[in-house]
Design a protein around this ligand. Sequence first.
Ligand code: PLP
Length: 387
Amino acid sequence: MAIGPRVYMDWNATAPLLDEARAAVLAGLDMMNPSSVHGEGRAARAALEKARRQVAALVGAEPAHVVFTSGATEAANTLLCDEYRMGRRPVGIGHVYLSAIEHPAIREGGRFPVDKISEIPVTHQGVADLDALKAFLASHDEASGMPLVALMAVNNETGVIQPVAEAAALVHARGGLLVVDAVQAAGRVPLDIATLGADFLILSSHKIGGPKGVGALVSRGEVLMPAPLVRGGGQEKGHRSGTENLAAILGFGAAAEVALAGLEGRMARIAALRDRLEAGLRIAAADVIIHGADVPRVANTCFFSLPGLKSETGQIAFDLEGVAVSAGSACSSGKVGESHVLAAMGCDPKLGALRISLGTSSNEADVERAVAAFVKIAGRRKATEAA
Ligand code: PLP
């Protein structure tokens, strides 16, 4: 997407707001409290339930199993909890096993103490090591409670698709629960909660063209639910109290409907753009390393390193060329840190990496701009080396 002379290529950080989402947000701003029983309240409730159906459809779930939250981070903190409930009966979770490449929202371990958290390693291509998961589950102490495993569907830095269904079979064979952060998979690959075998999915609106500050946790059966993180008035069937952020939720629903429609055609077009981009990077610098290139990835993401180019320097250089890209991991202060994903993949995190991520309105001109910027950046690196 070109914003004036600029090109936006950081869709994994946030997708631009869709027109459909903007219209739904504006409509929602004038609605009343969905918990009120009068006509105005019932109208708001009807709109809320429509959004719930739209979000459920994106992941093949029952609308009744969607709980709206303030975003994926809150959903993760709700789900990573050592006390679940089956009706009123408490069910203890003994230990949580997280892949080493999870987003910090999961990686921080939610409400688990550090001694109850273990990290599942990944391969050099950034795929979770299922043999390691199997070994963890085999040595899990059942007396401590159930095992809970968190494995993201798609990594936000590499775009690498994780073996969720295979992991689900292992987890369920041990009577455990599987939480899947599907934030970067939604709208990019077909998602069906039952086929994935996830007990819970986590979604975020702003990655699919909805507003920021809204997301959802989606359960497969609603039989076993985490103790709520936010308690109070009992909204969202007691799973997340507080008057619903109706405007944002309606925007999320509208974005989910757009994300589902025409997904395959959209992603095929984006895949062709990404292939062109990567061919351009390789021609410009033969030693460019494209992470996860040999394993299945979502079509929109290119995560690459150029030896001798630091993440921060590269990001600024692209920015000066008018191209918005991301460094491996940027913390909230905007400072570029070393990527825990690269480190987990066994790469030297000092190597640095840049992420270019595309979306619905990305086009060939954007790709040409990014490649031209990279040609200049790589050329400067060679000049510095020669000096
Ligand atoms: N999980 C993944 C994979 C993400 O990419 C992000 C956002 O960067 C999050 C979770 C957090 O989402 P939110 O901003 O809705 O809290």
